[in-house]
Design a protein around this ligand. Structure first.
Ligand SMILES: Nc1ncnc2c1ncn2[C@@H]1O[C@H](COP(=O)(O)OP(=O)(O)OP(=O)(O)O)[C@@H](O)[C@H]1O
Length: 264
């Protein structure tokens, strides 16, 4: 069951990017996120769905502090993280973590899995060297990898196992929330369901808030308790998953549902 108090809140968040190309007749700015309010609670999966370019990844980066909003606020445990209070920002950094789409680029290919998992503990100065070794081994157990995976490079395991390593790293600092941005899109279809089930299982076992981002509405349906549909930087519909799927109120949601032949 989710706790009703949000651990993370976005309040009227806007992000305006400088356009990547400054060609004639192209706008020089992109309003990637245009006034989003959202609340993330422990024990609940919120799915964010929308087509490519609607602002999902930008929103994910705002949630984990990798992208500053142009305006609006990000509130963690009732306190704004944008006001530069070092302690709040440090706590926020530990409490909210991210899993990216492609573990091949997200993980340092020259580090052993053991060092990849130890790194966040070292950076945050958590525990003694022995505690850290113990935690690294627990993390592998949590994501269902054998201890023999400790002494290999990411390139020496399969894509699904690599994403498990990335999930283990995201769990290292015992976060309150994991933001998973298209975490199965780069994986073979045959392992996608296993990774989705792992995330859902971890959410329940560790009472995490899970933000699950995908362009694929059926994948979002599979994992989410609540769903936010994004279109051109805005949330155009939000509600409990079954309500949004069974009784969509927005035309764009209906279009997404109508054009959703894929399963996972
Ligand atoms: N760093 C950036 N600089 C300039 N424009 C950007 C930047 N990041 C994203 N954009 C633009 O902002 C808009 C939203 O991009 P974003 O990646 O957030 O969307 P998305 O829904 O995650 O799409 P995708 O799944 O294709 O990544 C797009 O028009 C994109 O080109």
């Amino acid at each position: 069951m989710s706790d009703d108090t949000p651990v993370l809140e976005l309040k009227d968040v806007h992000v305006v990017h400088k356009a990547r190309t400054g060609k004639l007749f192209r706008p020089d700015r992109v309003h990637a996120v245009a006034g989003v309010d959202m609340a993330v609670r422990r024990g609940e999966t919120i799915g964010i769905v929308g087509e490519s370019g609607c602002g999902k990844s930008t929103l994910a980066k705002v949630m984990v502090g990798l992208q500053a909003p142009t305006s609006g606020d990000v509130v963690f445990n009732g306190r704004s993280v944008l006001k530069r209070n070092a302690r709040t920002r440090k706590e926020f950094g530990r409490a909210i973590s991210i899993v990216f789409q492609d573990p091949s680029t997200a993980l340092n290919g020259r580090m052993l899995v053991r060092d990849i998992l130890r790194d966040p503990l070292d950076v945050h100065g958590i525990g003694s060297p022995r505690d850290r070794e113990k935690r690294v081994s627990e993390l592998l157990d949590l994501v269902g990898l054998p201890q023999s995976a400790l002494d290999v490079l990411p390139s020496q395991v399969s894509g699904g196992q690599r994403q498990r390593v990335a999930i283990a790293r995201a769990l290292a600092l015992d976060p309150d929330v994991i933001v998973a941005d298209e975490p199965t899109s780069a994986l073979d279809v045959s392992v996608r369901a296993q990774v989705l089930n792992l995330l859902t299982d971890l959410k329940a076992r560790l009472n995490l808030g899970l933000v699950f981002i995908s362009h694929d509405i059926q994948t979002v349906r599979y994992v989410s308790d609540r769903i936010a549909v994004m279109y051109f930087g805005k949330v155009v519909e939000e509600g409990m998953a079954e309500e949004v799927f069974d009784h969509p109120t927005n035309d764009y949601t209906r279009t997404l549902l109508g054009a959703a032949p894929t399963l996972l």
